[in-house]
Design a protein around this ligand. Structure first.
Ligand SMILES: [Zn+2]
Length: 155
């Protein structure tokens, strides 16, 4: 390996799909609207999620993990999770962060668009995932699109 890993064209397309899912979030004035997609190494989508899909404190990555069929769970160890927002490394709403969920299920690769602004908690998910040996890629040119459903939070 030489240099940092780069996003592929497929990564950009899946990340754009995750960002589109963020628009399905029930509205909130106090929490981010985020979309997440989990894709197996052969390109099959294993799970789709968005913030507050099942519960007001649910994050998009949790909803996407909950969407993965039991028979597909072993495929997580070679999957990529795409999230419009950097996975949380700290959170106020629940005990387990999305970073911890990703580490626990063994997803080796994380692609996201927008770095979590330090609005609710200090961001640190990407650093924690990298330190744990996961490949983490930010596609910064999609950050504006990921930000768009959250503009009302950041005025
Ligand atoms: Zn989270």
């Amino acid at each position: 390996m030489t240099g940092p890993a780069a996003a592929t064209r497929a990564d950009r397309e899946f990340l754009a799909e995750a960002i589109a899912l963020a628009h399905r979030c029930p509205p909130s004035r106090t929490a981010f609207s985020v979309g997440a997609l989990i894709v197996a190494d052969d390109g099959v989508v294993l799970g789709r999620g968005w913030s507050r899909r099942h519960d007001l404190t649910e994050h998009a990555e949790e909803a996407a993990l909950a969407d993965v069929a039991a028979a597909d769970r072993r495929r997580l160890r070679a999957a990529t999770i795409y999230s419009s927002l950097e996975p949380c490394g700290r959170r106020l709403s629940r005990e387990v962060t999305c970073t911890e969920h990703i580490l626990a299920v063994g997803i080796p690769r994380v692609v996201f668009a927008w770095s979590e602004p330090s609005l609710f908690v200090e961001a640190q998910g990407a650093d924690l995932l990298r330190r744990a040996g996961r490949e983490v890629i930010q596609v910064a040119e999609l950050a504006d699109a990921a930000h768009e459903p959250n503009l009302h939070l950041l005025r």
